[in-house]
Design a protein around this ligand. Sequence first.
Ligand SMILES: [Zn+2]
Length: 183
Amino acid sequence: MNDKHLTASELDLYVENELTAPARAEMEAHLATCATCRAQVAFDQEMSRALRVLPRQEPPRDLAARIDSAVQVRVAQDQLRRARMPFIFAATVFSALLLVWFGFQLAVAFQVNGTFDFVSLLTSRPDIFSTDSIDAIWALIDAVPIGEIVLTLFALFTVIVLAQQWVETIRPPSSHSGYTHAH
Ligand SMILES: [Zn+2]
């Protein structure tokens, strides 16, 4: 048998150590003289080692656990969203009321300061600007209720931001609809 190379099944049995002692001794006698078969055995042993290591690198249980934890994160996010919903709604309503109040204050300030009267005076008599422009500009700044305008704009901005959050909270999540609807 020394002149014949080892077959694939013989190599397999040798690498997996499933040979009887005499058969093994016979193969080792050939391997001692044949570099080609020694190389083949070395290669098969390397492959066998690699295949034994491979399943441990990606155990399906780890994958399942990772999917499960990802789902749990999603569920927790949904619960957090639902828990935040009343607060965001209350904040939106409150800031909307503030906006109405500041808007009312602004209208009153326009009335008291006579802003519109002053503006209509300026537009009907543009010569005021050319003759005494600095005084006219100061008078205009005086007539404009800047504080009320800033507060109203701030309240408006707050309402917009909160309303966007509110819409974001009540909108059903689209990316994993099948899961949440099961609950
Ligand atoms: Zn050989």
